[in-house]
Design a protein around this ligand. Sequence first.
Ligand code: HEM
Length: 258
Amino acid sequence: MREINRKIHKILREIIGKREKAIKNGETNNDDLLGLLLESNMRQSNGNAKLGLTTEDVIEECKLFYFAGMETTSVLLTWTLILLSMHPEWQERARQEVLTHFGRSRPDFDSLSRLKIVTMILYEVLRLYPPVVLLSRRTYKEMELGGIKYPAGVSLLLPIVFIHHDPNIWGKDASNFNPERFVDGISNAAKHQAAFLPFGGGPRICIGQNFALLEAKMALCTILQRFSFELSPSYTHAPYTVITLHPQHGAQIRLKKL
Ligand code: HEM
């Protein structure tokens, strides 16, 4: 793990070094996240230490954004393709919606937010196969939660995946893929408003949730416009957690060009 950490640091240091050089030479318009972080970092070197980030901070932020942002959206898309292969009727409904809105042209960002069926499908995938299966917290001082007193240093786990599968909250068909439950939005899909929490909740809620849904919609629309897809006979259904929730033996999917 130390070796991997060292390699990641080296890669990030190089990326940061290149960008810093480009900024100094005026070769970049610097309008992305790394640019903003480095701007803050440079403010620090100009003596405003309290406002700035150190290079180590920038490295940690890059790591967080990469790990929090890449894998999660990628497994969401993977599970979506698997479930739409298992439920061709929903695949067809989604494709019809996409073709009605965009035809064969590239979806534009504003219209992506108006896709209803696609959004319902992504919510249902996030409910059944949440990329982040649990949230963990540690008490830093003695505190009371739900009438129980916990001392400092206790690990508390919130099992998102169990909450998302609980028939008392979602009804008897809690285990079934039924995007229809989201037809009137998230707040009407379950008995408890806060029961749907693929992006966490409260002050540490996912900062990238809108971006993630936009990315997923863009990718899914592009695939639906061009291909129909089905599971290969070699696919074995085995959800498995390695930090995020993966199909353990991969997602063997056959694409057919439309
Ligand atoms: C389907 C995709 C995604 C899922 C399911 C997801 C899920 C989550 C969850 C559950 C948390 C809360 C963790 C906690 O409370 O302990 C979180 C936090 C976070 N996510 Fe995401 N995420 C996704 C995509 C993204 C993307 C695309 C980005 C960045 C572009 C991102 C950046 C972050 C960051 C920076 C945090 C930490 C926020 C904080 O602690 O204040 N996530 N995410």
